[in-house]
Design a protein around this ligand. Sequence first.
Ligand code: G1P
Ligand code: ZN
Length: 543
Amino acid sequence: MSIQEVPTQPIAGQKPGTSGLRKKTRVFMEPGYLENFVQAVFDGIGGIKGQTLVVGGDGRYFNDKAIGTILRMAAANGAARAIVGQGGILSTPAASNLIRTKPADGGLILSASHNPGGPDEDFGLKYNGSNGGPASEGVTAKIHDRTLEMDRYLIVDSAAPDLSALGAFELEGMVVEIIDPVADYAAMMEKLFDFDAIRALFKRGFRMKFDAMHAVTGPYAQEILETRLGAPAGTVMNGTPSPDFGGGHPDPNPIWAKSLMDVMYGSDAPDFGAASDGDGDRNMIVGRRCYVSPSDSLAVLADLAHLAPGYSKGLAGVARSMPTSGAVDRVAEAKGIESFETPTGWKFFGNLLDAGRVTLCGEESAGTGSDHVREKDGLWAVLLWLNILAHKDLSVADLMADHWARYGRNYYSRHDYEAVDSQAANGLMDAVRGQLKDLAGKSVGTLTVAQADEFAYDDPIDQSHSAGQGIRIFFEGGGRVVFRLSGTGTEGATLRVYLEQLETDPARLQIDPQTALAEIIAAADALAGITERTGRDAPDVIT
Ligand code: G1P
Ligand code: ZN
């Protein structure tokens, strides 16, 4: 065996954020950059001797090369086995499932999620632990600490096996098992959902479009929707993963999945539309001329999940990230189950899922999932929707109208200001923070503040404390605005402004959300001086 011990030194800025380390691809490609971080992960988790690791990514530019390096480093660090998706492909939820079921000790997932890919775009890497979920805050801190004292990394001389052929290969004492990336995932979905009912739905002429956005879910959606469920060929659009996602931005929202939105709001719109992101963990749901906000989707799924075999016993509880609307809380209250409010980022759901306290969870950023894996799962959400529609035989619009009639409607929108000067963004947050303690009872425009704070979370399972998780301002009458800086951006700062207004008046349940939220939007600007401080007169992205 020939292991090289390559001397190195710490590289600044290797601090994992909301979901691992995200940087420009060219940064990851700099000599030693990827290697330093991978070694910091291996060291930070206490070494990988004798371990089994799952390795795969969303197929973006540099995915295959990076996997080659990771495999050579895993072998040099004494791992026993690496399970790799053919072609280096694994959707994030499929990787999570493999870690849990093989089982493996952990995994490395290569993705910058919904960010564009290519030599001039984004790349990312994250470590998931043996529960299949993103590393906890504590483990992330250990990895970061290790990056600050890096002095060497280990790598074997031999080349990594070609990733295109299935089978088991040997790499200097480590077994590299190259597997079909779809098979295990599809089998799990067959267990959770009523495939017969969904098949019958398609037989009745139900039409759908799934936009894989040239990203990782293409092969998964083709196998599950078209091959196993009998949806007509062509149901999956943009189904071949490409290293730069067809030059697009694989983020399933009305802005970036515009071609799907055009189909769904066009004259010959099918019954149902859905999209997923770069690595397959996000989802967008849209009915015929009816966009479903992710917060509403979570509420509907929580309300009706029992129609799917995997959830027929009901839900233990639900959890949502703090900026997500309170729609799901209303469902939980009606059902008499627990609901939790966690900081942004899927890792905060892990303990609750592991402890069996929650079955379903979700985020306003198009993430929904359950205890079947420890990541959000785009296709899972689409299949649960299909399972529900197969049993209800209602259009998406009628289903939403029924939901709002029973629970009220949490009008919701997120306004993003991207690549804002970091100092200006921090200044804005400081300015709002500075007002917090005197805000209660004050009027802002037409509204009166009921309560204001900066969200902090005490994990009910491991008692860890996470502070500074976004500023919340509640208004009398059920309105709320949240200010938060993104933890996944790669350029400047991204300011996210989350806007919500609860409406229970039956005559006001079908208003355009931006109109319904007009007073909250005005109050947000009055509180934070967004236009003045960011120099922007409108958000870059409204979802
Ligand atoms: C964003 C989303 C967050 C999600 C994360 C990873 O993080 O807002 O809900 O968990 O991506 O997909 P942010 O950029 O806001 O830190
Ligand atoms: Zn993603």
